[in-house]
Design a protein around this ligand. Structure first.
Ligand code: PLP
Length: 427
């Protein structure tokens, strides 16, 4: 029965039962964590054979004969460009393979915009009185903090079931101060949403006032399907941009962080020839080249998209039961009470839970006191402010399945306590 339909006495009795259970669980001294969006150790094991792909007696030559041990090839070795292009469904000629972090590439691209601007604009964004970035929320906190770090104003737009609210985005880009929009188009962090075809088409058709406005398209979860037999399908942005003739409007990113090793993988950026030559020009002052030995190792371990997909199936086999443990617990403990809603993603690393307005901080605090660490309430919103105080990001990947289940049970108890408290306070 929904909490708001319960008689006051019945709800008070429910709350006291929940509190008694909470006290006994708190005494159990749990130390559980649903805050870390990183692979578990068993997932990392999957990529250990990569270290056998290149030995000291192997030629360290790329397929074009380039000696990977030496300086050169700022854009990366051909086989790594092809691998990352396959993951992004892009043309290898438009792909630059970077170092160990795509976030680093994104930061560099913002920094290049800030200092020098982009083709189509009037020079560095630092010259403008105000620079704004559109931040679909809930979203990836590190995207928002890059823009905040550069002093930009963060403009939140709601994430809907098919992606960002495009009416709002189309309206906002009429402002010349708006220089960018952050997007995680597939299995979005944290909402799990994959942008609909219509959203991708409307993104490709944007008519920004700023000639150097860029879509920061972070396709971090491009191949991270939880159920390989029913993957979400994302419309290809470069193809759509070619149709609208606005190829320069997007910078596309990905990495193997959650394919091989976070912090030890390779990253990539895909962009129009004009953008790539602009970025290479500025990068050439920053580095001579990225780590080609790691690129070669990756390309030998994952020679083509088929190999990537096989590898990702192994990740999915480890992750799907953990997601199922959380989702089943949410359904059995909270279903029908009218106190929370959540997504059931087909991929990615997160489950997004919305509790009753005004309850997210209380839930996170209750969990913390009982030994379950969650991502801070509000973390997925610009400036860390969730106006509804409702959203909580759950990351079930790092803990063991048993820990995930225990943590989810305690979380649900806390959601019910916070909801019952709120409901009773309003009577
Ligand atoms: N982009 C998104 C959407 C992420 O969720 C993450 C990590 O969680 C990253 C980028 C970080 O990627 P990298 O390790 O390649 O910097």
């Amino acid at each position: 029965m929904k909490y708001r339909e319960m008689e006051k006495d019945a709800l008070a009795a429910e709350l006291s039962g929940l509190n008694a259970k909470y006290v006994s669980l708190r005494e159990a001294g749990f130390k559980l964590d649903l805050s870390r969006g990183k692979p578990g150790a068993d997932q990392l094991e999957l990529s250990m054979p990569m270290f056998d792909a290149l030995g000291s007696s192997d030629a360290m030559l790329a397929e074009n004969g380039f000696d990977c041990r030496n300086y050169g090839l700022l854009e990366g070795i051909p086989e790594a460009r092809r691998l990352m292009a396959d993951i992004l469904e892009a043309d290898p000629e438009e792909v630059l393979v970077g170092g160990n972090s795509s976030l680093n590439l994104m930061h560099d691209c913002v920094s290049i915009g800030f200092i020098h601007g982009y083709p189509g604009g009037n020079g560095g964004w630092h010259k403008a009185d105000k620079v704004k970035f559109i931040c679909p929320a809930p979203g990836y906190d590190r995207h928002f903090s890059i823009a905040e770090h550069f002093g930009f104003e963060l403009v939140a737009v709601p994430m809907l079931s098919g992606g960002p609210d495009m009416d709002a985005v189309e309206q906002l880009v009429r402002d010349p101060a708006v220089k960018g929009v952050w997007c995680v188009p597939k299995y979005s962090n944290p909402s799990g949403v994959t942008f609909s075809d219509e959203t991708v088409r409307r993104m490709a058709g944007l008519s920004p006032a700023a000639g150097d406005f860029r879509i920061f398209w972070d396709n971090a979860y491009a191949v991270h399907d939880l159920y390989p037999e029913k993957p979400d399908v994302l419309l290809n942005l470069p193809d759509e941009l070619k149709k609208t003739g606005k190829q320069d409007m997007a910078l596309i990113f990905t990495s193997t962080a959650k394919i091989t090793f976070p912090g030890g993988g390779i990253s990539a950026m895909c962009a129009s020839p004009a953008n790539i030559s602009w970025l290479k020009k500025h990068y050439s002052y920053q580095t001579i080249c990225f780590d080609k030995i790691n690129m070669l190792r990756h390309a030998k371990f994952l020679p083509d998209l088929a190999a990537v997909k096989e590898h990702m199936k192994k990740h999915a086999a480890i992750l799907a039961p953990k997601f199922a443990a959380v989702l089943n617990t949410l359904e059995s403990e909270l279903g029908g009470l009218g106190v929370a809603s959540w997504n059931s993603p087909n991929g990615g690393y997160f489950i997004s839970l919305d509790v009753m307005d005004g309850c997210a901080k209380r839930v996170v605090a209750l969990c913390k006191d009982a030994g379950v660490t969650l991502t801070g309430a509000g973390a997925t919103f610009p400036y860390g402010i969730d106006r509804h105080d409702a959203n909580i990001r759950l990351a079930p990947t790092f803990a063991t399945p048993d820990e995930v289940e225990k943590a989810a049970e305690l979380l649900c108890l806390c959601v019910r306590i916070a909801a019952a408290e709120k409901e009773l306070a309003g009577r």
